[in-house]
Design a protein around this ligand. Structure first.
Ligand code: SAH
Length: 390
């Protein structure tokens, strides 16, 4: 193809509004000659009504819409594939780049709909029982890609509802909450606090009245325990905090969650209590994956209770979800019950997470996406994810 002789200077890339928090959007609107309240109107269209085309935003002037269309866009990640579990759970594979993909999962329940989103393509933390860890780290998702997951899922779910598409599960299909996102958890691929810079503005948009307008208690960030970033988060956000603890002793946690070698349990718990104090939060949820014969004995339950007793803590026991190549097995149900009872008898709140989406590899820790070009990254004291996979 021949370029036209009079080609003008290359156009600046358009700003993806999905990643822009309200103050920055107000500045962008002002730069386009609009008044500040136009930013709120724009956000209402985008997030409340799920509209991505400026042409449909009929309470904005035609001229302003034309200027917007030149400077900005609303662009969500592209869907590569959708899988539906027999229990109504949906998993979407989303495109990051030509060869890279990441996943999000929607879990419909009677009284709520939880969207589990990713924060990175792959993960650098190398937890020994996690499928994402096996593929190494590729890159951070942008704020637009993080927010875009929620936007896209909300649109897809609304579209299905309008079209009456069955969810594949009687419970989900029969309940009004089944199609709506009421909760968002950053528990998909990646370590959200290792992508602090892009995750925090995404949290702002999730909570903003003109954004997704979710209450702070319905947005949960789950971390493997990046202690300095928990302190930083306490200064800028107040979402619910979940921490992947998985072991009551440093010796075992060093093995399961290697970042523990850098930030041991006592330091981590200190950061958690600080977060609650700063944010006036109710409690921290401690995730504890139940690995047969590894961390599931009554003595380990008692040790865990000693760590958490008297603190505003809840323990969420997650039956291990196996994936190809793993050396771990799931603890038997009676062992999990016994572990839970030991905690409860010692005054520590504990629940067992119901596993969802197992038949489509959508359960906790099974998200694998697609990571081909791996990047070398240094987190903690380890070098992880070197080289390129064929
Ligand atoms: N990096 C963050 C968030 C992603 S993982 C974190 O570590 O918290 C979300 C939760 O799933 C974590 O508690 C993680 O430890 C758990 N998980 C990982 N692999 C799992 C598996 N195979 N079975 C069950 N839970 C798993």
């Amino acid at each position: 193809m021949t370029a036209p002789a009079t080609s003008s200077a290359p156009q600046a890339p358009r700003t993806n509004l999905l990643g822009v928090p309200r103050p920055a959007l107000e500045a962008l609107v002002a730069a386009l000659g609009g008044r500040a309240f136009r930013a709120r109107q724009l956000m209402s269209w985008i997030y409340r009504r799920g509209v991505g085309s400026f042409a449909e935003m009929t309470d904005l002037s035609r001229e302003f819409r034309a200027r917007l269309a030149l400077a900005a866009e609303v662009r969500a990640p592209e869907i590569v594939a959708l899988q539906r579990s027999s229990d109504g759970t949906s998993k979407w594979l989303l495109r990051a780049d030509a060869a890279q993909a990441f996943e999000m999962v929607f879990i419909p329940e009677v009284d709520r709909g939880t969207l589990c989103i990713s924060s990175q393509v792959g993960c650098a933390l190398d937890c020994s029982f996690c499928a994402t860890a096996q593929q190494g780290f590729n890159r951070n998702l942008s704020t637009a890609e993080i927010v875009g997951q929620v936007w896209l899922a909300a649109r897809e779910l609304a579209r299905e509802e309008a079209g009456g598409a069955p969810l594949g599960d009687a419970e989900a299909a029969a309940t009004p909450a089944g199609h709506r996102i009421t909760n968002v958890v950053l528990m998909g691929m990646g370590e959200p606090l290792a992508n602090f810079r892009n995750v925090v503005p995404a949290l702002d948009i999730l909570l903003d009245d003109f954004g997704f307008d979710l209450s702070r208690r319905r947005v949960t960030l789950s971390t493997s325990g990046l202690v300095p970033q928990i302190y930083r988060l306490a200064e800028v956000s107040n979402v619910a905090l979940a921490v992947s603890l998985h072991a009551p002793s440093d010796a075992l946690r060093n093995e399961l969650v290697p970042i523990n070698r850098k930030h041991p349990i006592a330091e981590l718990l200190g950061a958690c209590w600080h977060y609650l104090d700063e944010q006036n939060g109710r409690s921290v949820t401690f995730e504890y994956v139940m690995l047969d014969g590894v961390n599931d004995s009554p003595a380990q339950a008692r040790a865990l209770a000693r760590l958490l007793k008297g603190h505003p803590a809840k323990v969420n026991l997650i039956p291990f979800n196996p994936f190809p190549g793993t050396r771990y097995r799931r603890s038997p149900a009676p062992v999990i019950q016994r572990f839970r009872d030991e905690l409860i008898q010692r005054g520590v709140l504990a629940t067992v997470r119901r596993t969802r989406g197992e038949d489509i590899d959508a359960a906790c820790g099974q998200l694998a996406g697609r990571v081909i070009d791996r990047t070398t990254v240094r987190l903690g004291s380890k070098v992880i994810g070197v080289g390129v996979q064929p």
